[in-house]
Design a protein around this ligand. Sequence first.
Ligand code: AMP
Length: 291
Amino acid sequence: MEILHTCAELRQWSRQKRLLQARNDRGNTIGLVPTMGALHAGHASLIRAAASSCTHVAVSIFVNPTQFGPNEDFSRYPRTFAADCALAQAAGADVIFAPSVEELYPNGPESTFIEVPALSDRLDGKSRPGHFRGVATVVAKLFIAAEPDRAFFGQKDSAQVAVLRRMTADLRLATEIVVCPIVREPDGLALSSRNIYLSPEEREWALTLSRALRQAQALFAAGERRASKITQAARITFAEMPQIRVDYIALVDWDTLEPIETATPGSLFAVAAWVGATRLIDNAILGESSR
Ligand code: AMP
């Protein structure tokens, strides 16, 4: 498996692979899986999805400074590059793209940024000002360098998916956004690189997020459509666990991230909460089965 460090190398790799004699009659296709490293089974599922639908797969590993706020965990974010390469290769990656900060931001804070103003201040964007500006910018840079046919993202970061879908539509980018299901621990906790921050006690408390989602799914399945009732039930569930501080509980349209009054199949029920010093997010699409 190759490891590349510059955008020019990634572009050259992508263009060369596309021109190779195709192994099937649909031609060669490039899949991209953007990550911040500290890879786990959730990332592996994205890489496997990419490998099963694209002939060549690039995985980017880049802890993107512009999507972290000044008091967030950029400097202590887990960095496990050797293990990441092994996991990515086993899941079907052909190349790792691991650029430096200077490579992706050659002009530092003076660099060009991408904003998705309609969605940037919603959900995580509201609690993390500037976060989605950083996400949209880095993903745009990766798309421009890799020229992927498809890029694979987790439903786990549901607001990020909405922002990137809008960016792709607005910029008329040729890359198709593919969204993959949330991979969970057997007890329901969504896998996250940040779970390693949790103490054993906090790990237990963190189950409140997935419990609240299952409850919302159950209410919806039982016929409840009033957003106020569905969110209220989640509020009560969180109130029973005062060790956790809720950031948001939201029932929204997944495209616009606007709150809705009446839930429909496909509505996004999303939660974010502080468990000790760790902020966790999770979500469910109402009407879709979840474990
Ligand atoms: P990150 O490294 O946290 O930026 O995540 C990289 C990609 O992996 C994003 O598209 C995430 O949504 C996705 N991802 C993170 N956790 C999970 C999970 N538990 N299941 C599926 N995808 C995930």
